[in-house]
Ligand binder design. Structure first.
Ligand code: FE
Length: 308
């Protein structure tokens, strides 16, 4: 079936009216956006011969599943698309050399404990059950100059793939820290090696993905917000190399530049500094920030976020 009804005068007038185009009041750009989205929806219903029952079922599904909209944004590629747009804008502006961005995901929590240079991120509750990770690096500008006082916010899942705050069995701000870089632009953290996780079983995201033949798994990863005065805010992640879902992320966040080598070591200077004895894992992740061209660029997007 091809779209015919939507093109009729009757439906076109309906679209004009429902998007407020016949009213003086209201925002012109918003009217145009509403008209486009609703018109595309009407065309989809007509083109795929979607039944009344299916329309109401879909609305009800979205209403009931709305608590997971953050995961829908990841799984349906919306977050990835926003990154593709931002990357294209950078390329058009000739911006190269910074650490690549990748999606934020819905599990950031503001207010994590702050420190300078070093932090231990885990509360010790998984010690011995999971590899200890020493994660460190240097924050520099695109010319290679170290940035002192850069704000490095790190958050990741525990060995069950769960995040503190959302998982209320974990201590407050477990595996969430804000580290300001030292005089050499360096940050060091002792934490636990995260594992990958999946969308909640039976949730709306998993239901959609399953019905279109996909899975809802993410490879193990660590989230970063990195910011500094006059530098562009960076939202990114690193993936843990070797994860079976490394290149099969349901959220499309994997980028080759964001898979640093994983070293398995015993002892060493960093281990000593972090009071780690025995075998552990070390990952170095250096970050390069672009100069900000406006104050707004120094901050993360206005996405609503949880605060602990
Ligand atoms: Fe995550």
């Amino acid at each position: 079936m091809t779209v015919k009804l939507v093109k009729t005068q009757e439906v076109q007038i309906l679209l004009d009216k429902l998007s407020g185009l016949d009213q003086q009041a209201g925002d012109a750009r918003l009217k145009a956006i509403v008209r486009r989205i609703v018109g595309d929806l009407f065309a989809t219903i007509e083109d795929f011969n979607i039944s009344d029952d299916e329309v109401w079922q879909a609305l009800n599904f979205a209403a009931r599943g709305s608590a997971e909209f953050g995961l829908w944004a990841a799984g349906l590629g919306l977050e990835r698309f926003l990154d593709i747009r931002a990357d294209a804008a950078d390329a058009a502006a000739g911006l190269t050399g910074g650490t690549p961005r990748t999606i934020e995901g819905p599990l950031y929590v503001a207010g994590a404990p702050e420190s300078v240079g070093y932090a231990r991120m885990d509360d010790g509750s998984e010690e011995g059950k999971v590899d200890t990770l020493i994660l460190h690096g240097q924050v520099r500008d695109v010319n290679g100059a170290p940035i002192e006082g850069a704000k490095v916010e790190i958050w990741h899942a525990n060995s069950l793939g769960n995040y503190s705050y959302f998982d209320t069995t974990q201590s407050e701000f477990n595996l969430r820290r804000t580290i300001f870089t030292d005089a050499d632009g360096r940050y060091v953290t002792r934490t636990t090696l995260p594992v990958g996780y999946a969308c909640p079983e039976g949730g709306s995201t998993e239901t959609i993905l399953k019905n279109i033949g996909r899975h809802g798994n993410r490879p193990a990863h660590v989230h970063y917000f990195v910011s500094a005065e006059n530098k562009r805010h960076l939202t990114t992640q690193i993936n843990i190399d070797g994860d079976p879902y490394l290149h099969d992320d349901f959220a499309y966040a994997t980028r080759d530049e964001l898979v640093p080598p994983v070293k398995r070591l015993t002892g060493g200077a960093l281990a000593e500094r972090c009071s780690v004895s025995g075998e552990h894992v070390e990952i170095q992740f250096d970050i390069m920030l672009h100069a900000a061209s406006s104050k707004q660029e120094e901050h993360a997007s206005a996405r609503p976020r949880a605060a602990g």
